[in-house]
Design a protein around this ligand. Structure first.
Ligand SMILES: *[C@@H]1O[C@H](CO)[C@@H](O)[C@H](O)[C@H]1NC(C)=O
Length: 625
């Protein structure tokens, strides 16, 4: 026994792998170098290397079931949302994971005094030499040089014992190129790989409107708060405003203008005059005034003017303004701010995709917001990505975070996009295949499409899918499978109204997540922008309007001593909610050289279940525990 131990220690001291019998497997491998980088030399074997092992989250594969348990109206645990600490505990790496990785390090000659487990147990850290790391991970470390002069330590691939693969998500530094590059003078602000949220999916305008129509007679030409109140039966005075909350997310440089809110108030919502949203800054978010115009002020003014007028001036509206003016932000930056554990979850944000904070550029935000912000009960975001522009692992990691928010009782709404079956700006996948949007395609998000009052129709007539200026984003995910709450709805649609397309155009398996879930009017909104009224179109309008309506329902539930509605999808597709949305049966969502999908009775991939019928939704939700 003794001799075996001393041999073991001796072996480790010489940098020899202690237990050669353990089979090793490649864990991560890079096939090419990112642009601008080249191999410069082998790393010095005695150099220090801060090795970090990102541990696998426990129970993460079951998150959909946990969410269903608190969100399905037939579940005995409906509305029994989790606290943030329950979530941290449930998904923290298991003791088994921690001890397996720990023992492996000990077996490889690292004294336990050198091994640290982070407080949330999500990382194990050990400061190694290059020689020790190369032996541990069966790899070679090199120095790579960037054309700008920066250097980065990385390897091409690394190995782990097969039994540890299920316990370790990521090891750093290894194959990843997350080195921050100094921005060259005069270079334009980093547009995150051209994938900043909302690019190509901002609301559209047909220009300034001067002959403002009053009342509800011209709602087919101009949508105002009065039109929406009449369309969706909104006649409710909130009473739980101090305990209730709604958040609207905007990404800098988008900025609202207070004088525009006041101008809107004077025509359409007098009680809003002088009312401002409560601004919560994330990663240096500022309501910037450096640049103005429809592109900089249209989205924020639209979202806030309509959300604020529907919830009434009595209900404060939170504005989550994300990203500094230098590099902006992505959805993950926002999510980091409302959940500190997400900052490192499965390795943390992706370089090149998410904005890196602290932002070291001149004028950048010299901090990073992790868990500093409390999520509102309902959160609406009118920005989207194309699912196909993101990797499956990136989208999956973010999607699980929406499930965590749902577990906490937060309702997450995203606009479904404005280009019908195409992605932002009308872009399609290879061979003109349809391009679903994300995060709407995440089954733990409620995706909101757009409708219109058809020309010549009134607020009492059925709406159609929006077919002017923009087309309601809809279709089927290529990444996420069909959630159980949606299976009857999707299979009815595909069986009764089979789309005239092949599997080369869209995911026709009938096994994938369909979007949107619901819709709301998205055409002809009158919005005050930079001192005049513009006519505005987009699912960008539909999402904050739906969010405001759900906020009124939360108000009534809170007043009755009940929990907020949380993740609504299992509820709204359930039989108790039959007819609680106004079914939209006309119009389509053209794109990619086709007519797109067609609205039909029941759920469809253009307008979802339909638009909110507030009185019916209110009574259905008040009937739930
Ligand atoms: C269709 O969706 C399913 C479920 O998400 C997925 O497994 C499959 O790979 C998708 N098919 C294509 C062609 O993308």
């Amino acid at each position: 026994m003794r001799s075996i131990i001393s041999l073991f220690v001796l072996g480790a001291g010489l940098g020899v792998v202690a237990n050669p019998i353990v089979p090793y497997t490649v864990h991560e491998k890079r096939t090419s170098l990112p642009m601008g980088w080249s191999h410069s030399r082998r790393h010095d074997s005695s150099a220090a290397l801060p090795l970090r092992f990102g541990l696998t989250q426990n129970n993460i594969a079951d998150i959909g079931e946990y969410l269903h348990d608190v969100s399905h109206p037939d579940s005995p645990n409906y509305g029994k949302h989790w606290t943030a600490s329950q979530i941290a505990e449930a998904f923290a790496p298991s003791d088994e994971t921690v001890s397996n990785v720990h023992s492996w390090l000990i077996d490889n000659g690292f004294d336990s005094s050198r091994i640290r487990v982070t407080p949330a147990k999500s990382w194990i850290e050990v400061d190694a030499t290059v020689e020790e790391a190369e032996s541990l991970l069966r790899t070679e470390y090199n120095i790579y040089g960037h054309e700008s002069g920066s250097e980065h330590v990385a390897c091409e691939s690394y190995h782990l014992p097969a039994h540890l693969i299920p316990h370790i998500d990521i090891v750093t530094p290894t194959v990843h190129f997350d080195a921050k590059l100094a921005r060259r003078a005069n270079a334009p602000p980093a547009v995150v790989n051209g994938k900043k949220p909302g690019m190509g999916n901002a609301p559209k305008t047909t220009g300034v409107v001067t002959n403002l129509l009053a009342g509800t007679d011209g709602c087919d030409q101009q949508i105002t708060p009065a039109c929406l109140q009449a369309l969706y039966g909104l006649n409710y005075t909130p009473v739980s405003t101090s305990s209730n909350s709604i958040g609207i997310v905007e990404y800098t440089p988008q900025a609202f203008v207070q004088s525009d809110i006041n101008m809107f108030a004077s025509s359409y919502a007098p009680d809003l005059n002088g009312k401002a949203p409560v601004v919560v800054s994330i990663d240096g978010g500022v309501v910037q005034t450096t640049t103005t115009g429809f592109n900089d002020n249209g989205e924020s003014n639209l979202d806030l003017q309509y959300a604020m007028s529907i919830v009434t001036a009595a209900q404060p509206v939170t504005l989550y303004q994300a990203g500094d003016i230098v590099e902006g932000a992505s959805f993950n930056n926002f999510l980091d701010a409302i959940d500190g554990s997400y900052c490192t979850f499965e390795g943390g944000d992706a370089a090149g995709q998410d904005s890196a904070y602290p932002d070291t550029s001149a004028g950048g935000y010299n901090g990073k917001d992790c868990g500093t912000v409390t999520p509102a009960n309902v959160i609406s975001t009118s920005y989207t990505y194309n699912e196909g522009d993101l990797s499956v692992s990136y989208a999956t990691r973010q999607c699980a975070e929406y499930a965590k928010l749902g577990l906490m009782g937060v309702t997450i709404l995203y606009s479904s996009g404005d280009s019908g079956v195409a992605g932002s700006g009308g872009a399609c996948l290879a061979n003109n295949a349809f391009s679903p949007t994300f995060p709407g395609s995440c089954p733990y998000v409620t995706a909101v499409g757009a409708t219109q009052i058809n020309s010549g129709s009134t607020v009492s007539d059925p709406e159609g899918a929006c077919e002017q200026v923009i087309y309601s984003g809809g279709g089927f995910s290529n990444y996420f499978s069909l959630p159980s709450y949606q299976s009857t709805a999707v299979s009815s649609f595909l069986t009764n109204y089979p789309p005239p397309y092949t599997s080369s155009q869209y995911n026709s398996t009938g096994q994938s997540r369909g979007i949107p879930d619901i819709s709301a009017n998205g055409a002809n909104y009158v919005v005050a922008v930079d001192g005049s009224f513009s006519l505005v179109y987009g699912t960008s309008a539909s999402s904050p309007v739906a969010a405001a309506i759900f906020t009124l329902i939360n108000d009534a539930r809170l007043a009755a001593g009940k929990a907020p509605i949380g993740f609504i999808n299992p509820t709204i597709y359930s039989s108790a909610f039959n007819g609680a949305f106004n079914d939209i049966t006309t119009g389509g969502n053209q794109g990619c050289g086709t007519n797109g999908f067609s609205s039909a009775p029941g759920w469809d991939p253009v307008t979802g279940l339909g638009t909110p019928n507030f009185p019916k939704l209110l009574s259905a939700w008040l009937a739930l525990p």
